[in-house]
Design a binder for this molecule. Structure first.
Ligand SMILES: C[S@@+](CC[C@H](N)C(=O)[O-])C[C@H]1O[C@@H](n2cnc3c(N)ncnc32)[C@H](O)[C@@H]1O
Length: 210
């Protein structure tokens, strides 16, 4: 399933590159906006920040790039093409976050906005484990995951075929605690998407100081 899910997601985001950006800018998520502001306020100036599933780089990668040394990674080459034009000062990688590698303790912050749900669920735990290792002691993770558990769903979404899965909110919180993350915030948000509401869990977590 893993390779199939990845192909579905990369082809899907390639196919809806422009439409997705228009759609995503209509999504209303006050919890996201508040925690993003908190992340930016807490990060030291010039910190190395990774944006997982950066899409076209608007608005999150671009806002981060004003103050930090930002790398965006995305599995969709068309999304990265747009991101390179939209945020020329940032560094971008076309690739799957599950097979990417960053130096241990090299990152001050990591964001993953609505992207982890596109990975097969058996990769979510190993991914969080690797994120913990890439962060510096005290480094910050801000991520969203769907509240509802789903072993994997493939279907029509925004006019293309898409894959989503989730371990469920409680499982992510348990995983983060087991990885020695301190949860600075863990809030469920009813996100208003153009088609209607969807529930996400937002976590702002700090890697242990050691
Ligand atoms: C819902 S969009 C979110 C885009 C952006 N973070 C935002 O909030 O507007 C999810 C993004 O994650 C990317 N993505 C999905 N699976 C990925 C993977 N395995 N590795 C890297 N990027 C991935 C998709 O291509 C897509 O651009």
């Amino acid at each position: 399933m893993s390779d199939r899910a990845k192909s579905i997601v990369s082809a899907g985001y390639d196919a809806i590159a422009e439409e997705f950006l228009d759609w995503s800018l209509k999504v209303v998520d006050p919890v996201r906006d508040r925690l993003f502001a908190e992340l930016v306020a807490r990060l030291p100036e010039g910190a190395a920040v990774l944006d997982i599933g950066c899409g076209a780089g608007i608005p999150w990668t671009r806002a981060l790039a004003d103050r930090f040394d930002v790398t965006g990674i995305d599995i969709s080459s068309r999304q990265v093409e747009a991101a390179r034009l939209n945020v020329p000062v940032a560094t971008f990688i076309v690739g799957d976050i599950s097979s990417a590698s960053f130096e241990a303790r090299s990152l001050g912050g990591i964001i993953a906005f609505y992207s982890i749900a596109h990975l097969p669920v058996d990769e979510h735990g190993p991914l969080l484990d690797r994120l913990a290792r890439w962060l510096r002691p005290g480094g910050l993770l801000l991520a969203s995951v769907p509240v509802a558990e789903s072993a994997g769903w493939t279907g029509e979404w925004l006019g293309t075929t898409m894959f989503f899965g989730s371990l469920g909110a409680e499982a992510y919180l348990a995983l983060l605690r087991s990885l020695d993350f301190e949860l600075l915030a863990a809030e469920e948000s009813t996100v208003q998407e153009p088609e209607g509401p969807t529930d996400f869990l937002w976590v702002l977590a700090r890697r242990a100081q050691r």
